[in-house]
Write a protein that binds this ligand. Structure first.
Ligand SMILES: [Ca+2]
Ligand SMILES: [Ca+2]
Length: 381
């Protein structure tokens, strides 16, 4: 075989390899299809304020395209504008700042109009970046909710997405009409570095273990696995560090609802309506596990406005399976580069043919790794 034939054969091989790389890049991941029931005709405010999770883009897209009006706001004057903006639902991300009494009073007035949904989402106490006592628990107390955000964190050595703090909920709460409706078809959902939800007994000024105790009109929707543990990472030891010091293990509530004064409160230990770590998505970040994170959120909202209040209609949304790109492309490109580099005679020509994709990806990968490293260093949750 002369050198020209060898070059031609290897160039042909490299074209085949390049084609395979492209095919791998757009190959859909085979997974469960997930149809969702999404309400229509609602006006929804997602208030992200100073929250770390401030990209509810997928949620906004799903609800806007289903005939709802979603407003995502980093600032909003509740005291001045809430009484006339007529929102059906307000979803609070993991806000970490105190809110003025005037704003909280306006929210309470709005909530008590009835047929409203107030969703308060939290986060773990990791690094002190989220403090349940700043906004979440004062707001819940303002409307006299029996739900409270735990001031600690959960980890799970068994049910997780490649690390214990990447908790995957896989159990449902005590059976009830609302829990059974919301969790129909539920298997698992990621709550990335979450905290838990506990109950509050106003008469005795004490926390209530919602894993096995019922409170009027309170329902736990999903729990962590039996292997989860509760951690007080900032050792704050406040009244809201409930499960960390209750000497019980596993099955901690991650999502609970309460019907109160003709409206609903929902409390979640993470912002599962946000894009962050694909919590409002269909596949986990690390192990690409198919999950029902979107379904939990959509079913909860459907329960409130369609099944219970009967104030909104519902549309059936068929979700296409997602596609995976970076992981497979990266792997195949690196493999081909390694192979080609061992063919010394023609390496210059061939490397230029097949390494172009990697040349493009390399800076992106480097930036991604640096970004991830920075994030991990700065804030794991
Ligand atoms: Ca704590
Ligand atoms: Ca978190």
């Amino acid at each position: 075989m002369n050198i020209l034939n060898k070059v031609n054969k290897l160039i042909f091989a490299s074209i085949l390899a390049a084609s395979f790389i492209l095919a791998a890049g757009i190959a859909p991941v085979v997974a469960d299809t997930q149809d969702h029931n999404v309400i229509t005709g609602a006006s929804i405010l997602v208030y992200v304020g100073d929250a770390y999770h401030n990209e509810p883009n997928n949620f906004a897209n799903v609800y806007n395209s289903s005939g709802n009006a979603v407003t995502v706001a980093t600032s909003y004057d509740f005291a001045s504008d809430l009484s006339t903006d007529n929102f059906d639902a307000i979803l609070f991300s993991n806000l970490n700042s105190n809110m003025t009494v005037a704003n909280m009073t306006a929210i309470k007035t709005w909530y008590e109009l009835g047929n409203k949904l107030m969703w308060v989402a939290g986060d773990s106490d990791y690094g002190g970046f989220y403090i349940a006592g700043n906004f979440a628990n004062p707001m819940l107390e303002m409307v006299k909710s029996q739900l409270r955000m735990d001031a600690g964190a959960l980890a799970d050595s068994q049910s997780n997405d490649a690390a214990s703090y990447r908790v995957i909920a896989n159990e449902t709460g005590i059976s009830s009409n609302v829990t059974d409706y919301v969790t129909a078809g539920f298997k698992l959902a990621p709550f990335h570095g979450p905290t838990s939800v506990f109950g509050w007994d106003y008469a005795n000024s004490t926390g209530v273990d919602l894993r096995n105790t019922t409170l009027p009109n309170v329902n736990v929707i999903v729990n962590s696995s039996a292997a989860a543990t509760a951690l007080d990472q900032d050792t704050s030891i406040t009244v809201a560090d409930f499960y960390e010091y209750s000497n019980v293990t596993g099955n901690y509530p991650l999502m609970a609802s309460e019907k109160l004064n003709g409206s609903y409160v929902v409390v979640t230990g993470e912002v599962n309506f946000d894009d962050y770590k694909f919590m409002y998505g269909m596949f986990t970040e690390k192990n690409q596990l198919a999950h029902q994170g979107m379904m939990l959120v959509d079913n909860m909202i459907s329960w409130v406005f369609y099944k219970d209040f009967g104030t909104k209609t519902m549309v059936h949304v068929v979700l296409a399976t997602q596609t995976e790109t970076m992981t497979e492309t990266e792997t195949e490109t690196l493999t081909e580069n390694t192979t080609i580099s061992t063919t010394s005679t023609v390496s210059t020509t061939l490397t230029s043919t097949v390494s172009t994709p990697f040349a493009l990806y390399a800076p992106l990968l480097a930036i991604s790794f640096l970004g991830i490293a920075a994030l991990v260093y700065r804030k794991r949750n």
